[in-house]
Design a protein around this ligand. Structure first.
Ligand SMILES: N[C@@H](CCC(=O)N[C@@H](CS)C(=O)NCC(=O)O)C(=O)O
Length: 210
């Protein structure tokens, strides 16, 4: 049976649609319209107690048990372990994937997400303060990523991408919305084009998430 992906058309959900496509796992989307507060409905909270998408249920979890997973980083790790894909088997090689996955979850998501929020505010000092603070931090993070990607094909692995690439790509996909030009970050731009040229990744961005 197919995995259910609880989603809305956002960076955090795109990470998972990309991973599911790359792993060739069958899945069905369950749209949770967060503009209509569907994330607070009891049926969804049973799967995702933090009332945020994405979440998944897998009817064929470990031991044949149905399992549900919330938090996009946890979902990516779960799917990588389920399939044995996009997470190196070697514990030393895994370290970089863990590092860059956590880097995304802790910063390269929350910071541009704040830029999106403050852009929605009316003109005024609160908006100016928020944009100044979180745009600077977002640009700093793009700089860190650019330095990491210089001379590298993928963020944390060699030869093929990892779940860290999928996580980071979900947010880089929204670079125009948080007002970052990839022209300023050439190594990120090259990696972005490389990832988007992957047919499975492109399908992960094309699928309707609501
Ligand atoms: N750390 C969470 C963040 C999830 C998140 O922020 N989801 C947003 C959409 S991208 C959401 O569901 N927002 C609804 C709300 O805040 O009520 C993850 O990575 O899964």
């Amino acid at each position: 049976m197919a995995i259910e992906l609880f989603c809305w058309n956002t960076p955090n959900a795109r990470k998972i649609s990309v991973a599911l496509e790359e792993m060739a796992l069958p899945y069905q989307t369950r749209v949770v319209d967060i503009t209509k507060r569907q994330q607070f409905e009891p049926g969804f909270l049973a799967v995702a107690p933090n009332n945020k998408i994405p979440a998944i249920t897998d009817p064929d979890g470990p031991g044949g048990q149905r399992v549900s997973v919330f938090e996009s980083g946890a979902i990516l790790l779960y799917l990588a372990e389920k399939t044995g894909r996009f997470l190196p088997a070697d514990p030393v090689a895994r370290v970089a994937v863990y590092e860059w996955l956590m880097w995304q979850m802790a910063g390269f998501g929350p910071m541009p997400g704040q830029v999106h929020h403050f852009l929605g505010l009316p003109e005024g000092p609160a908006r100016d303060y928020g944009l100044e603070r979180f745009s600077a931090e977002t640009r700093r993070l793009y700089g860190v990523l650019d330095a990491r990607l210089r001379g590298r094909e993928f963020v944390a692995t060699e030869g093929e991408p990892s779940i860290a690439d999928f996580a980071i790509l979900g947010w880089a996909w929204r670079h125009e919305r948080h007002r970052v030009s990839l022209d300023d970050f050439p190594a990120v731009a090259a990696w972005y084009a490389r990832m988007m040229a992957r047919p499975a990744t492109a399908r992960g961005f094309a699928v309707s998430l609501g």
